[in-house]
Design a protein around this ligand. Structure first.
Ligand code: PMP
Length: 397
């Protein structure tokens, strides 16, 4: 039945598709699957933290008690008990969040895509931190915005720099907690200033917060969402507190925006897996995350400490780095003349990998920067990898 000699198709990709590129990280990850490579490259959470047995039991319970609901199509906005749980967990005395403000998405990465789809036209101004999460830059780029980079310092985004850039802008995308890639945290004072600046400009502020719960000291700083629920779009994720493979995240926003996002999501995938949402609700509804998250924090805090100690010991004094108070990443700044992309080739030859800083910049690139993740590498390997990197850098001085 198979046709003989069909004319080969000359794929005519859309202009939008022509500018799509693979993420540098995905390319690097191909190398890091080799077991001998010490990889500081991935943004992957540690699999040691995945509550496999709890998820198995939750799947069993949902399938045996509500199997026919769990395996049916669901609503686009998401499973109501889970949305209620999220709304409750984000509400404070001053700011009540309602379930209709919550849209479940297939990983917060989908939230970024949907937000871009409904808020960005070609050429729209979009404000991002310098540097910013490369997955967001990638998601927004599809809709061809004009990125404007908001300057930052060692303490993160500078709120006073927003107003001069914001005229006609569609949104500002910020990561206040243990930022990807820098590990920096925005102080409460700056959060208030940023929320105020955006509110007075009528500029939507996206607060992307997948790492917020992973504060090593335990107490997270107040969310910008609760400072102005009318102007802040909050994005949360179960990837870093449960497991990333389930692809479950949420967007919290004013209802008119949620309705529009829902229409976009309907067109994209109808709804997020009903089974997954019900299983996650079953797994967390009795307070499981309150016991589970501290174990993740402890592991990451210890490994962060191991990496900071190794950096202190093996990196030349002309390199500087951030000291995260939570999350998964340390950001390194090397002397200006060192290109981290070149360093990566040399490092891979010695079986060490990291992510060069370049793809995290929407505009002007600082090539002498790089991101290290410490969460999937045991302390003795962290030492070994940092020592090798330190020696490569010292050779270039
Ligand atoms: N935002 C940031 C800042 C991230 O680091 C990530 C994951 N690396 C995401 C969003 C996407 O997370 P999810 O797994 O929920 O799609």
């Amino acid at each position: 039945m198979k046709m003989e000699n069909p004319t080969p198709i000359q794929w005519q990709f859309s202009e939008r598709a022509q500018q799509l590129q693979s993420s540098v990280i995905r390319e690097i990850l191909k190398v890091t699957v080799r077991p001998e490579v010490i990889s500081f490259a991935g943004g992957l959470p540690s699999p040691a933290t995945f509550p496999v047995e709890r998820m198995r039991a939750a799947h069993d319970k949902v399938l045996s008690e509500q199997g026919r609901v769990a395996l049916q199509y669901g609503t686009t906005d998401g499973y109501l008990p889970l949305r209620e749980w999220i709304a409750n967990s984000l509400s404070t005395d001053g700011a009540r969040i309602h379930p209709e403000q919550v849209l479940m998405v297939s990983g917060s990465q989908q939230g970024l895509d949907l937000l871009a789809k409904v808020l960005i036209d070609e050429g729209s101004k979009v404000l991002v931190e310098t540097p910013s999460y490369l997955g967001a830059i990638q998601a927004f780029s599809v809709y061809r915005p004009q990125f404007l980079s908001v300057p930052t310092d060692d303490h993160g985004l500078l709120p006073q720099e927003v107003a001069p850039l914001a005229k006609g802008a569609r949104l500002l995308y910020a990561l206040p907690n243990f930022q990807n890639p820098t590990g920096r945290t925005l102080s409460v004072e700056r959060r208030l200033q940023l929320v105020e600046a955006c509110a007075s400009l009528g500029l939507p502020l996206i607060e992307d917060d997948p790492y917020g719960a992973l504060s090593y000291r335990g107490e997270p700083l107040p969310k910008m969402l609760t400072m102005n629920p009318e102007g802040v779009i909050y994005m949360g994720s179960f990837s870093k507190v449960l497991t990333p493979g389930i692809r479950l995240g949420y967007v919290v926003a004013p209802v008119p925006l949620i309705r529009k996002l829902e229409q976009a999501k309907q067109a994209a995938d109808l709804h997020t897996s009903q089974l997954t949402q019900m299983v996650v609700y079953e797994a967390i509804k009795d307070g499981f995350l309150n016991e589970h998250i501290p174990t993740i924090r402890k592991l990451y805090a210890d490994q962060c400490q191991a990496m900071l100690a190794a950096l202190q010991e093996y990196f030349p004094s002309s390199a500087t780095w951030t000291r995260p108070e939570g999350g998964m990443f340390i950001w390194i700044t090397l002397p200006k003349h060192i290109d981290a992309m070149q360093l990566l080739d040399e490092a891979i030859a010695q079986n060490v990998a990291f992510v060069p800083g370049a793809p995290f910049y929407a505009n002007e690139i600082e090539r002498n920067t790089l991101r290290l993740s410490f969460v999937t590498v045991p302390p003795e390997k962290i030492r070994e990898g940092v020592q090798k990197l330190g020696a490569l850098i010292a050779n270039k001085l």
